[in-house]
Write a protein that binds this ligand. Structure first.
Ligand SMILES: Cc1cc2nc3c(=O)[nH]c(=O)nc-3n(C[C@H](O)[C@H](O)[C@H](O)COP(=O)(O)OP(=O)(O)OC[C@H]3O[C@@H](n4cnc5c(N)ncnc54)[C@H](O)[C@@H]3O)c2cc1C
Length: 476
C-alpha cells in the first residue's frame, strides 16, 4: 500500500527518457534549468537502447544514425566524443530463394525473378503509365498509391506480403499518408520507387549508402546524454511509471508517478511529454471528453519481438539488413550487429538478430520464449544462414509500441487529440510516440531540442499544428 505522496519540483518535468526526452533534458540542463526526466524502464534510451547479453550487444532492431541536419550530427559526434564510425550500408531482400539488391536497381529488381515475372511487371507498369493521365485517381490507401504508380504486379511482389507481415494489415487498410509522410527502412516501396523513378527520388533517406554507428551500439547516444544531464545537476529517474497527468484551468499542474511502490507528485511550470500520445490522453486527470478518449483508443501501435541468436563463428552474412517478406518465414528482417561494429560481439563470435512484428497480446506476442527461439533457429538453419550446433546462446525481448500504425483514419484521431491538447499552455508533446509520427532518431532529437528552445525562449507552448505541418510537408 502507498503511504504518503512525496512532492518534488523542477523547472521542467519531462515524461519519458527516449532520445527526444533526453535531448530536451540535455539542452535545458545545459542552459542551467533544473530538469527531471521520468522513465518507466530500468534504463534510459527508449526504442534506441542497446542490450548487452554476456558480451553480445544488440539494438532493439538495428538503428543506423543518418541525418541531413548538420547541427544534430555535430551534437551526436560531440556527446559521443567522436566514438562513432561510418558504416557502409549493404542490404538485400530475400524473396523466392533469390537475393535482390536493396535499394533495388532497376534491372536487378525487374529481372531477378525470371523473365515471365519481368514481362508481367513491365506490361503492368506500362499500362498504368499509359492510363494514369486518363483516370482521376482517388488514392486513399498504400495499395491504391502503389498500384497507381507502379502497377499491380510490382505491388503484389514487393508490397503486399511485406505490408501484411510488418503492419498486420492489408495494403488497402494502410493510409497513403504513411508513404507520403515517410518511406522508411522497412519499406520496399522506396526501393521500387527509386528504381523506377530515379531522378525524382534520388534523395530518399532510406536509400543512402552510408550511416553512422557508435562502437558499442546505438544505446551509447542515450547513455552519454544521460551522463551529461546528470553532470548538469539534473535528473533522469528510471523505473518510474507515470500514472496521472493532472490539470486545471488549461495548465498541467503535476505528474503523479510511482517508483518502487512509492508515489511522487512532480510539480513544475513546464511539462514536455514523449510518452505515447494515447497514453497521455488516457492518464489525464480530470479525463478529457469521450470523443478525445475514443480518438486515443483508435490509435494503435505495432509491437515487436527481438530475438538475438549468438553464434560461435566470426561471420554469417556480409549484409547490414536482410528483409524477408515471405509469410512462411516467421520474422520480417534480420541483421548481424558485428557488420555494423565489430565490437558488438566477443572476438571470433557473432550474432543474428531477428525482428518479429506482432500486436501485444496476439499469439506471437504470447508465445513461449523457448518456442520462439527454437523457431528462429530452425528458420535461420533452413534459410542456410547457420547450423544448429553453432548456436551458443540466445536472448529474447518484447518491445511494445515500436511503430505507430498508420491505419486509414488515424490522421482524424491525431487531429482531435492535438486540438484538445492545445488548450494546455505549459505542455509540449514531442517524439515518435509522443506525436504519433514516423520519426527517426534525428527527428525525435530535433523535436526535443525544439521544445527546450521554446521553453528557454519563454514561449511556453509549442504550436502543435505548426509542428504537424512541418512534418507533413516531408521535412525530416
Ligand atoms: C525496430 C526499430 C528500428 C529503428 N531503426 C531506426 C534507424 O535505423 N534509424 C533511426 O534514425 N531511427 C530508427 N528507429 C526509430 C527510433 O527508434 C525512434 O525515432 C526514437 O528512438 C524515438 O525516440 P522517442 O524519444 O521519440 O521515443 P521512445 O524511444 O519511444 O521514448 C519514449 C519513452 O517514454 C517511456 N514511457 C512510455 N510510457 C511511460 C510511462 N507511463 N511512464 C514513464 N515512461 C514512459 C518509454 O519507456 C520510452 O523510454 C527505429 C525504431 C524501431 C522500433
Amino acid at each position: 500500500m502507498h503511504s504518503n505522496i512525496v512532492y518534488k519540483t523542477a523547472d521542467t518535468v519531462i515524461l519519458g527518457a527516449g532520445l527526444s526526452g533526453l535531448a530536451a533534458a540535455f539542452k535545458l540542463s545545459t542552459e542551467g534549468s533544473r530538469v527531471i526526466c521520468l522513465e518507466r524502464n530500468r534504463a534510459a534510451g527508449g526504442l534506441a537502447r542497446t542490450f548487452n547479453h554476456n558480451g553480445f550487444h544488440f539494438d532493439l532492431g538495428g538503428h543506423r544514425f543518418k541525418t541531413d541536419n548538420k547541427a544534430i550530427e555535430n551534437l551526436i559526434r560531440q556527446i559521443l566524443n567522436d566514438d562513432i564510425q561510418i558504416v557502409k550500408r549493404a542490404s538485400k531482400i530475400l524473396l523466392r530463394g533469390k537475393y535482390i539488391n536493396y535499394p533495388l536497381k532497376p534491372f536487378n529488381a525487374i529481372f531477378s525473378l525470371g523473365i515471365a515475372t519481368a514481362s508481367k511487371i513491365l506490361f503492368d507498369y506500362t499500362v498504368e503509365r499509359l492510363t494514369v493521365r486518363k483516370k482521376k485517381a482517388n488514392l486513399i490507401s498504400l495499395q491504391d498509391w502503389v498500384i497507381h504508380n507502379f502497377g499491380k504486379t510490382l505491388y503484389d511482389i514487393y508490397f503486399k506480403e511485406y505490408s501484411e507481415k510488418v503492419w498486420g494489415l492489408n495494403g488497402s487498410e494502410i493510409d497513403m499518408l504513411w508513404i507520403k509522410q515517410r518511406i522508411q527502412g522497412l519499406s520496399l516501396g522506396a526501393a521500387i520507387r527509386n528504381a523506377l523513378l530515379p531522378k525524382t527520388n534520388s534523395t530518399f533517406h532510406t536509400l543512402t549508402s552510408h550511416f553512422l554507428y557508435p562502437t558499442l551500439g546505438i544505446g551509447q547516444i542515450a547513455k552519454k546524454f544521460e551522463e551529461k544531464i546528470k553532470d548538469n545537476n539534473s535528473n533522469v529517474t528510471v523505473k518510474t511509471q507515470i500514472k496521472e497527468v493532472r490539470h486545471k484551468n488549461n495548465q498541467i499542474t503535476g505528474v503523479l508517478a510511482e517508483t518502487d511502490n512509492n508515489l511522487f507528485l512532480f510539480k513544475s511550470n513546464h511539462f514536455v511529454s514523449s510518452i505515447p500520445l494515447p497514453t497521455l490522453v488516457q492518464i489525464l486527470s480530470p479525463k478529457p471528453p469521450q470523443t478525445v478518449l475514443d480518438a486515443a483508443t483508435s490509435l494503435r501501435y505495432r509491437d515487436l519481438i527481438i530475438v538475438a541468436i549468438m553464434i560461435d563463428r566470426p561471420k554469417v552474412t556480409d549484409q547490414t539488413w536482410i528483409y524477408l517478406p515471405e509469410h512462411n518465414i516467421p520474422f520480417a528482417r534480420i541483421h548481424e550487429p558485428t557488420n555494423w561494429s565489430p565490437s558488438m560481439a566477443p572476438k571470433g563470435q557473432t550474432l543474428l538478430v531477428a525482428e518479429y512484428f506482432c500486436f501485444a497480446g496476439d499469439s506471437t506476442w504470447n508465445a513461449d520464449d523457448k518456442h520462439i527461439i527454437k523457431n528462429t533457429v530452425s528458420s535461420l538453419q533452413s534459410l542456410g544462414f547457420i547450423k544448429r550446433h553453432e548456436v551458443i546462446d540466445s536472448c529474447i525481448l518484447r518491445v511494445p509500441k515500436a511503430y505507430p500504425l498508420f491505419e486509414i483514419g488515424y490522421a482524424a484521431g491525431t487531429k482531435i487529440i492535438s486540438n484538445y491538447l492545445q488548450q494546455f499552455t505549459n505542455l509540449i508533446p514531442i517524439g515518435r510516440s509522443g506525436l504519433f509520427r514516423y520519426y527517426n532518431m534525428d527527428d525525435a532529437i530535433a523535436s526535443g531540442l525544439e521544445a527546450a528552445s521554446e521553453i528557454l525562449s519563454h514561449k511556453p507552448q509549442m504550436n502543435f499544428a505548426a509542428e504537424s505541418s512541418r512534418i507533413a510537408t516531408g521535412t525530416r
